[in-house]
Design a protein around this ligand. Structure first.
Ligand code: ADP
Length: 365
């Protein structure tokens, strides 16, 4: 009995996406399942190009097809598994024009309990990291009181270009970016009061021509002020990432940020520990701030831990120079960044597929 395309599909029903917890067929991910003589050709459409489970899925597919081939006594010489990706929207709701940014599939906030923990650094590298995997990514500098993206992205010498009433985002390092820091004097941004902050953020988010994006990463101001509230009311957020350093005092601030997002009805995607540890010239890792503090916080709050980024001179230098892409030239840093990027992408997919997403109900106490 030859191995048929139908029998291959049946075999793929036994392969689960480890993150999404369902089989590839049920998830609608199998786009091709052909048998051409001794060759089996499979195409799987992932929910993110930054999927951390590709190797495992490939292995499981190969095993399932080999088992099916053995059962049918069909000679299979090669199993070619091709991966494509289509980032899905969080739910049906945003598909029918509900969102003021209909071309944007996933909107992710990056917040922190206080300033200086590396929130903008994480937002920048998350955006650039997702783009490196092939996603279409936007980065919105919502930190209107202290925008640092003009420096971190090297935007000092580029000019703002308007298209009618819309601003064109800056296309740099494989992403599209917009920052209030390019529209007003940085000193002015610092003194904005509530309603002005609300208006400025709204304009920045809605009057930028983002076009089609898989992910829009929003770098929020630190703390629990007006901008997160505006953002949650304005846009259908998939969730928020909270950046934290390992020390106890930083954890207390991060806990407050988590509570704020929860009170806004925003799903917490997870916690990222920045300045987790320091790697010396001797190759030894030093736990300057108490590595693991944020991971512990995640555990006690029943949240996902999305990875730790070390303190490295390269990260600081590349942030100051506006060359985030160069962070991937440092092998150790690249591994840590990529783990954070893929874990976050995976959580975004899981939250979207689970349909946990809902428009926020505002209940600020
Ligand atoms: P926040 O947005 O939380 O205020 P930033 O992202 O602006 O913090 O980071 C503050 C400073 O710390 C910047 O100069 C940045 O380059 C540096 N920095 C952040 N994270 C790291 C790190 N892991 N290693 C080295 N320097 C870092």
């Amino acid at each position: 009995m030859p191995l048929t395309s139908e029998r291959v599909l049946e075999a793929l029903r036994t392969v689960r996406d480890p993150d999404l917890g369902k089989d590839l067929v049920t998830l609608g991910m199998v786009k091709r399942h052909d048998v051409e003589g001794p060759k089996v050709l499979i195409t799987v459409e992932l929910t993110t190009p930054a999927c951390p489970m590709k190797d495992r899925i490939r292995n499981d597919i190969e095993q399932a097809v080999k088992d099916a081939a053995r059962e049918t006594a069909h000679q299979v010489d090669s199993i070619e598994v091709e991966f494509t990706a289509d980032v899905r929207r969080p739910n049906e709701k945003t598909q029918d024009g509900d969102s003021p940014l209909p071309g944007v599939r996933q909107i992710i906030a990056v917040g922190a309990g206080k300033g200086g923990v590396g929130k903008s650094t994480i937002a920048t590298n998350l955006a650039v990291g997702l783009a490196r995997h092939g996603a279409r990514v936007g980065l919105l500098d919502g930190d209107i009181y202290g925008p640092s993206l003009p420096t971190m992205l090297g935007l000092e010498d580029v000019q703002v270009v308007a298209h009618g009433s819309m601003l064109l985002p800056f296309e740099v390092h494989g992403i599209k970016a917009m920052s209030i820091g390019k529209l007003v004097e940085p000193d002015k941004a610092l003194i904005w009061r509530g309603p002005m902050a609300h208006g400025a953020f709204k304009q920045l988010a809605l009057q930028t021509e983002w076009d089609e994006l898989d992910y829009l990463i929003v770098d929020l101001p630190p703390g629990t002020g007006d901008v997160p509230l505006t953002l949650a009311q304005l846009l259908p957020l998939t969730g928020a990432v909270v950046v934290c350093t390992p020390q106890q005092v930083a954890q207390d601030d991060a806990r407050r940020a988590v509570r704020m997002f929860e009170s806004l009805g925003v799903e917490i995607l997870g916690i990222i520990e920045n300045m987790s540890y320091f790697v010396g010239d001797d190759g030894k890792e030093y736990d300057l701030f108490g590595r693991g503090g944020a991971e512990l916080l995640a555990k006690t709050m029943d949240l996902h831990y999305l990875g730790g980024i070390p303190i490295t001179q390269n990260l600081r230098i590349n942030s100051d120079r506006g060359t985030p892409i160069a962070n991937w030239d440092d092998p150790e840093l690249a591994v840590a960044l990529d783990a954070m990027v893929t874990q976050t992408a995976s959580r975004i997919s899981v939250v979207s597929i689970q349909g946990k997403f809902q428009m926020p109900t505002i209940s600020v106490s």
